[in-house]
Design a protein around this ligand. Structure first.
Ligand SMILES: Nc1ncnc2c1ncn2[C@@H]1O[C@H](COP(=O)(O)OP(=O)(O)OP(=O)(O)O)[C@@H](O)[C@H]1O
Ligand code: SF4
Ligand SMILES: [Mg+2]
Length: 351
């Protein structure tokens, strides 16, 4: 076993990325037509890396995450692209392989803990079951011991008593902690956290983020942190993907996104942030204009109807990605123009 919650012996798997997503496309086939919820996104994640996915409601963040977990609900389908986890093709997994993958290598925590906690079983039983599903040879006693250690690790006191309680006997913040414990008990290599703190009050959000940061350092797991909240991104992420209308419009290291944004949507997100300091956990004020109708997206840049810098070409053609720095790229015609201008200048100097 290469993972250890106490952080003593942790090795990355040999070579390669933890996760590689290439040109992933997800559509919902509804009576009204095909809704392209995720329209071709690509990114990768190293072992131990934390990536934030930000974007407004409906931009495709959760459907993208469900695709990795094999949890897309009908009529949603992956219609293109690939998901590779430590070199293995996730989209080709059998149902059994996917269940195994979910239980042991990747875990997801949700905005609402009751999505994954069963109200009719005690918290202890659920943690023990999660462990036993992952490791059939573990005794009930050993599993109970691990479960209690895990609850302590996420900051729950009185664990013996807590193990015998039902989810409704926990406060919102404590339930969130239980869900994190459920997610982490099998030591996943990748944790996908989908808005896990949004419903909580600010102090508890801060505590839970601290806890996740701490666990991440100890275990070197990779994390995909989905959020509307740029304060959270600044706090825990190494890099960020900004999603708009099912696409990643900009991605890059967290400092590039905050201090050198290249896409007008990212700039708008930053402007609409109430405070940019790390202690702020306030939510974004929405950017003016309405989100794209995913049933009938515009022909060119999806942000064009809301973009104050929109040019003619933006209405006709989808902008390509432009590399802005190491691992930093944005899909915007303005950045293409910058590049052309720069090239002309260089040609002028050297010509
Ligand atoms: N059951 C469904 N039927 C049709 N379309 C769907 C369905 N579920 C999701 N979608 C489409 O997928 C798009 C992306 O949804 P997703 O849940 O990924 O958004 P999100 O970015 O996670 O939003 P939020 O921040 O509100 O959670 C939606 O805008 C919608 O068009
Ligand atoms: S491509 Fe055009 S419309 Fe789209 S974000 Fe850039 S400037 Fe705005
Ligand atoms: Mg969502």
């Amino acid at each position: 076993m290469d993972r250890n919650m106490t952080g003593k012996t942790v090795q990355s798997a040999p070579g390669g990325k933890l996760l590689e997503v290439k040109d992933l496309r997800v559509s919902f086939f509804t009576p009204a037509g095909e809704v392209k919820a995720v329209g071709g996104i690509s990114y990768d994640l190293d072992h131990g890396e934390v990536m934030g996915i930000v974007g407004e409601s409906g931009s495709g963040k959760s459907q993208e995450a469900y695709s990795i977990m094999g949890l897309l609900q009908s009529p949603g389908k992956v219609v293109g692209g690939s998901i590779t986890f430590e070199g293995r093709d996730v989209l080709a997994f059998s149902e059994e392989e996917m269940t195994q993958f979910r239980g042991s290598e990747v875990a997801m925590i949700f905005q609402n803990p009751m999505t994954c906690l069963n109200p009719v079983y005690t918290v202890g039983d659920q943690l023990i079951e999660a462990l036993k599903a992952h490791d059939k040879s573990i005794s009930r006693e050993a599993a109970a011991k691990r479960a209690m250690e895990m609850l302590e690790l996420v900051g729950i006191n009185n664990v013996r008593k807590r193990m015998k309680q039902y989810p409704h006997e926990f406060s919102g913040g404590m339930r969130q902690r239980v869900m994190i414990a459920m997610g982490l008990i099998c030591h996943p290599k990748l944790l996908i956290a989908d808005e896990p703190t949004t419903a909580l009050d600010v102090t508890i959000q801060a505590q839970i983020l601290e806890l996740m940061k701490d666990l991440q350092k100890k275990t070197r797991m990779g994390i995909i942190f989905i959020t509307h909240n740029l304060g959270v991104v600044a706090e825990i992420c190494d890099k960020v993907s900004v999603m708009y209308a099912g696409r990643i419009v900009e991605q890059g290291p967290v400092d590039d996104i905050f201090y050198r944004p290249g896409h007008p949507y990212t700039m708008g997100l930053l402007r609409s942030m109430p405070r940019v300091d790390a202690e702020s956990y306030e939510r974004l004020i929405p950017i003016e204009g309405t989100p794209v109708d995913m049933l009938d997206p515009p022909e060119g840049c999806p942000f064009a109807p809301r973009c104050e810098k929109c040019m003619k070409i933006c209405l006709k053609r989808m902008p390509p990605y432009v590399e802005l720095g190491d691992g930093h790229r944005a899909a915007c015609w303005l950045r293409v123009e910058d590049q052309i201008g720069q090239k002309r200048e260089e040609d002028g100097i050297h010509g």
